[in-house]
Design a protein around this ligand. Sequence first.
Ligand code: IPE
Ligand code: IPE
Ligand code: MG
Length: 246
Amino acid sequence: MTDFKSQIDLQKLPKHVAVIMDGNGRWAKRTGMPRIFGHRNGVKAVRETTEAAAEIGVKYLTLYAFSTENWSRPEAEVNALMTLLVATLGKELKTLTKNDIRLNAIGDLKRLPKDCYNELIKVIDQTKHHQRMTLTLALNYSGRWEIQDAMRKAAFAFKSGDVVNIEELDIEQYLSTQGLPDPEFLIRTSGEQRLSNYLLWQLAYAEFYFTEVMWPDFRKDDFYKALLDYQDRERRFGKTSEQLNV
Ligand code: IPE
Ligand code: IPE
Ligand code: MG
């Protein structure tokens, strides 16, 4: 098997990788199992991806775990997902501590079920001094919700201030990702090629990577393979290739 990890140029790592973990339901259905079986098997992929990112030196990893639109799924699936989240957070504290990883969360967290919210806040607090990597879970998150929320906060703050001079940095301080650098790289599993309302502002200049691998099958090597693909890209930010290569 190809050793992807050893081929990665450590000087050219993205600081922040965002992931849309997709395909749990289809993965389960393929073997005649209920969708929640896929979600349960997705937990291993979360652990592998988190460890892979920390081990190679990625500083920020942001995983899309539940969108504001996911509330429209059958109630039983939503409940099962929330239960799984509480159980997983408790169990993964060991992995986070062992790897010196700080947990963070973005989204409309107050609307999560109480036990979920409490567990989340507890693990965030228990890992707040960890420094190797920040793992952010996007929970009850959507890009449009975030922009709406930012506008509400900004309107309040700017009530008596100078609205004409609002700049990018002013907007960023009201986003839930405030303090995190923009992701340079986005990975989506399961062959779907869309954003599904993820990090709409922050992904403005990210490189996108789509793989057919279903989330429950995603392993460290899949992550490293994706990083190698990223390192082959030329990020131009509006300039020409010639300008970059002088
Ligand atoms: C991703 O897998 C997990 C969540 C959205 C919570 P899906 O549940 O979307 O799986 P598919 O896309 O239906 O296969
Ligand atoms: C996006 O996946 C949300 C998460 C991964 C949590 P979905 O599977 O819900 O996205 P759509 O609805 O198919 O676009
Ligand atoms: Mg899906």
